[in-house]
Structures are given as C-alpha cells and as structure tokens.
Design a binder for this molecule. Sequence first.
Ligand SMILES: C[S@@+](CC[C@H](N)C(=O)[O-])C[C@H]1O[C@@H](n2cnc3c(N)ncnc32)[C@H](O)[C@@H]1O
Length: 219
Amino acid sequence: MSDTKKKFDKKGARGMDEIAKTLFAPIYPVIAENLIRRFGITKGTCIDLGSGPASLGIAVAQQSDFSVIALDYSDDMHEVAARNISEEGLSERIRLLCGDVHAMPLDDDSADLIISRGSMFFWDDIHTAFREVYRILKPGGKTYIGGGFGNKELRDEISAAMIKKDPDWKKFNQKNISPENVERFHAMLDEIGVPEYEIILGDEGFWIVISKTEAGALL
Ligand SMILES: C[S@@+](CC[C@H](N)C(=O)[O-])C[C@H]1O[C@@H](n2cnc3c(N)ncnc32)[C@H](O)[C@@H]1O
C-alpha cells in the first residue's frame, strides 16, 4: 500500500470522520450551497471523488435531487461513510463506489456534476486523474474540485483551530493554496487540453471548475 493510501486506513478514517462531525461539520452544507448556487443544477448524477466519510455528498443530496456516487479507494472510509449515509436516511440516494480517481470504474460522459473536497492534494498523478474526470463528465456538466471551508468566517475559525491542534497543518494548507500549486494545476489543465475551465481562489477555497461542452475524452 502506498504511503498516501496508508493515511486513509482504519485510524485515518476514524480521525477524518471525527473531524468531519465536529470542527468541519458546518463547512459541508455551505460548500454544497455555494456550488449548487453557482451552477444552478440540482438533478442528475453527482460524483463525490475521495468522498471520505461522505459528508459533502450527504450535504449535496440534502439540498438537491441529485443521485450521488461516493467514490473512494479506502474501504475503511467507505465503512464510516456507509454508517453516516444510513444514519441520514440517504441509502437510496447515495451509492458507495470503491475506486481510484486515476482509473475510475465509470462510463464516459456519465456525470452531471463532479465534486471533491480535500482529496486532490493527495492524488499521485494529477494529469491522469483530471483526464479521467473529463472523460466521465457529461457535456453540459461541471466540476467543483479542490479544497476549502466555504466562506471567510469558517476558514478563519477552522484554520486557527487546526493550527492549534496540529502545527504541521499550517504548512500543508499553505502549500496547497500557494501560487506555485495553483500554477501547477493551471499548467496541468492546459497540458491535458481542457478547453474550458476556471480556477477559483478566494474566501470559498481553491476550486477547479471545468465546464464540458462536447462529448468525449481528451487526447
Ligand atoms: C482528507 S480526506 C477528505 C474526505 C472528504 N472529501 C471530506 O472533505 O471530508 C481525502 C480522501 O480522499 C481519498 N483519496 C485520496 N486519494 C485517492 C485516490 N487516488 N482515489 C480515490 N480516493 C482517494 C482518501 O481515501 C480520503 O477519503
């Protein structure tokens, strides 16, 4: 197992679940609201990549009519996600799918919306992963992939608490939103030839919005 994947074993899954239900709890409904408001789409298939405990998928399902697929490569994360989905009474609306973002077991042009929070910073090969994202996105579909806390108040409050909890977190977070990292994602999207995209960097977080206009994968 890779060192990255080891972070998301049983202990990692328990830790992520705990933080998602406490300190991070208020961010998921806000992020869901932000993205639904931005795109104005509320039904179809939504795929949550690196879904972890499924908190974002749950928030999107609660605020829309989407059928959600929660994709993650960690069985331990799926175990906690299954519990959370069932506790929210959403087992009919959210399906768990075990898979790696670098080779997803999903059809071309099958997702109306692809969301992901706090996962892409762990992906080994962002070129391959985003080619996959583009392949499974439907024409007319959108992505909201990145990281953040939804708004300024939550960002400031949670960042301060995270730094107190874990001094290394500050470095990790600063690296993720550094101009060099934003440029790395910009360059990657240009290199793989994504025709239409926008990178949001602000109070709501760092998010990659891809708008797919034509069917098919990138070269
Ligand atoms: C920091 S957690 C974030 C979980 C959740 N999105 C949230 O915001 O609460 C990162 C998640 O991404 C998943 N992940 C990382 N790399 C992945 C990959 N290559 N394919 C699928 N899932 C991946 C991990 O298993 C973990 O559940």
